[in-house]
Structures are given as C-alpha cells and as structure tokens.
Ligand binder design. Structure first.
Ligand SMILES: O=C(O)c1ccccc1NCC(=O)[C@H](O)[C@H](O)COP(=O)(O)O
Length: 265
C-alpha cells in the first residue's frame, strides 16, 4: 500500500524531473556556511531541541501562518531551542525555500537552521545551501543507497550538516553506511500516522558513539523528553506540540536541564 510519504516523494520527483526546478535555486547565500555549526548546536550533556516551523502537515492540517515564522523563531530561541527546522515544501507543508531564507537570514535568528524538505535530487542540497540553511534533513526511505551517499557527501562538501531520518533498523544501517554523522529516528509511522516512542528506544541501541541521534515526531511534555534522554538521544525534533501551544517558549523552558544518559554502544 502506498504511504503518505510515497505520495509526497512522487510529487517531489515530478517537480525535480526537469531543469526548470534548478532555476528555483541559486540566488546566492548571504554569509558562508560554517561547517559543523548545526551538529555543534546538538552536542552537550543536556538534550537539545530542534524546534520546527511547519505551517501545515498532512497529519494535523493548518498549524501556523507563514507570516508568523520569524516571531515563532524568536519565541523558540527565547525558550532555549538549539536549532530551528523550517519546512521548505509548499504543497504538503506550506513552507518554501524562501521561508527558510527569511528565518535563516533574520538577524534575530541566532541558532542554526535546518532546511526540511523531501530530498530526491542533489540540486536540492544546493538550494538548501543558497537558502542560508546550516543543515538538511534526508529521509533514507525516499532515496536509494547511491543517492543517499551523494546527498550526504554533497551536504558535507557545501559545509552543511545532514540529519538522516530513519524508521527501521535497515534504514539506520543504510544511513551509517552513507556516512551520516547525525541519525534521526522517526516515531511516526507514515502509513498510519500513529506515533510510537518505543521506535526511538529500539533503534537507538545500535548506533555507535560519535554519531549524534535525534528522536523525531510526536514528542510533547517533559516526560517524553526525559524518556528519550534516558535512551541516550542528543536531541528532539518537535513541531506540532510547540505550534499548537500559545506559549512555545514556556514549553521549551520546561525541558531545560534534561540530562542525556550514556548508552552502552
Ligand atoms: O508531520 C507530518 O504529518 C508528516 C507527514 C508525512 C511525512 C512527514 C511528516 N512529518 C515530518 C516530520 O519530520 C515532522 O514534521 C517532525 O518530526 C516533527 O514532528 P511533530 O513534532 O510530530 O510535528
């Protein structure tokens, strides 16, 4: 059965199938990328939060007026977010590369920004770079091994960090083989939209030390954050629960000081 991800990826492949999409890239980046900036923001003894700006989503519908992206980024930073993820996809998530640029280039945005799209073509990495992002997200399931490796290498070559999102053990293995230095584990099943935090717990075990880990999706409340920190995650990627909270800064502050437990691997 086709998943929601399959539909999104098919649309993205169609959009990037010709030369026209490449014209959307390249308006030039205002300041050079600082290699490792995004990854460095996720290090440290306490759990980091990548707070997401996602105007809408297939699972939750409308979440944020894109015109409020910068004020939202300000409250995320006031609450202690380590980095901000901005959706670059328009049809399904209501973001755009321009929205990434608006947030990344704003003088009040002092933390690294991740370009969040569905990558199916290396030209999208250039687009992310030119949009002022410090990191990209690559969904392992959306690409084959050769393209996964190419996307990771291209990102590193341009001074961007790559967070490779996985959902199964096989995808974790593929991410590590492709040279991922940051591995994300999705808690959301993109076929049913059900969320299971145990997926993070299961797949975290065999990820070696030295690779940063991010638990993604469906996280809300300090108990969730403490739970993933107890499994050794360096960071949490959080969107919907922050966007539906009238005071996201207070929510983020409530996660302060959650220490990451050492894992055996
Ligand atoms: O969020 C969705 O509904 C979604 C649907 C189909 C593909 C991907 C989707 N989300 C991508 C994400 O990575 C999440 O936005 C991110 O992990 C934050 O999740 P949440 O805190 O649950 O908003």
């Amino acid at each position: 059965m086709a998943t929601h991800l399959d539909d999104i990826v098919a649309a993205k492949r169609a959009a990037w199938s010709g030369p026209a999409a490449a014209d959307a890239a390249a308006r030039g980046r205002r300041t050079p990328a600082v290699p490792g900036r995004f990854a460095a923001a996720l290090g440290g003894p306490d759990i980091s939060v990548i707070a997401e700006i996602k105007p809408k989503s297939p699972s939750k519908g409308q979440l944020l007026d894109p015109a409020l992206a910068v004020p939202t980024a300000r409250s995320y930073i006031a609450g202690g977010a380590s980095a901000i993820s901005v959706l670059a996809d328009t049809p399904y998530f209501g973001g755009s590369p321009e929205l990434v640029r608006t947030v990344a280039e704003h003088p009040d945005v002092t933390v690294p920004v991740m370009f969040k799209d569905f990558l199916v073509d290396v030209r999208q990495v250039t687009l992310a770079h030119d949009s002022g992002a410090d990191g990209i997200l690559i969904i392992a399931r959306a690409v084959d091994d050769a393209l996964l490796t190419d996307l990771v290498r291209t990102a590193h070559g341009l001074g961007l960090d790559a967070l490779v999102e996985t959902f199964t053990q096989d995808e974790v293995d593929r991410a590590l083989t492709a040279g991922a230095r940051i591995v994300g584990i999705n808690n959301r099943d993109l076929q049913t939209f059900s969320v299971d935090l145990d997926n993070s717990a299961r797949l975290r075990r065999d990820i070696p030390r030295g690779v940063l880990t991010v638990s993604e999706s469906g996280l809300s409340g300090r108990p969730d954050i403490e739970r993933i920190a107890a499994h050794g995650f360096d960071a949490a990627l959080i969107g919907e629960s922050l966007l539906s909270n009238p005071d996201p800064a207070a929510q983020l502050r409530s996660y302060t000081g959650v220490q990451i437990l050492e894992v055996a691997s």
